[in-house]
Write a protein of this length. Structure first.
Length: 99
C-alpha cells in the first residue's frame, strides 16, 4: 500500500511554503525530495498535518537544507507535532523548528 502524502506549495513574502499532510516515509519521501528540488531560497515545510516522519524523510530534509545553504537559502520546519517533533529533536535538528 502506498503512503499518502499531500504536498501544496505556496509563496508568501519571498518564502516558499510546502504544506505537507500525511506520512513521510521511505515510500513517500521521494515525492518530498522532488518537490524540494524544484525550489530555492527560503523554504518552510509546514509539518502540522504530518503524522509520521522516518529517517528517510529526515534525510531528504537534511539534503535539501545542505543544497539550499550552499546557494544562500535556508530550510525551516513549522509546527511538527507528536512523534514527528520528537524524531526531529532526537536527531539534533530541533533548531530548525519554528512554532
Amino acid at each position: 500500500m502506498d503512503t499518502v502524502l499531500e504536498l501544496v506549495v505556496e509563496r508568501h513574502d519571498g518564502t516558499n511554503i510546502i504544506r505537507a499532510a500525511g506520512e513521510i516515509d521511505m515510500a513517500s519521501a521521494p515525492r518530498l525530495r522532488e518537490c524540494l528540488s524544484l525550489l530555492s531560497g527560503s523554504i518552510v515545510v509546514d509539518l502540522h498535518a504530518v503524522s509520521f516522519l522516518d529517517s528517510t524523510g529526515i534525510g531528504v530534509l537534511i539534503d535539501a537544507d545542505n543544497r539550499l545553504r550552499e546557494d544562500g537559502g535556508d530550510l525551516r520546519l513549522y509546527q511538527p507535532r507528536g512523534i514527528v517533533r520528537t524524531a526531529i529533536e532526537v536527531v539534533g535538528l530541533g533548531h530548525w523548528i519554528d512554532d
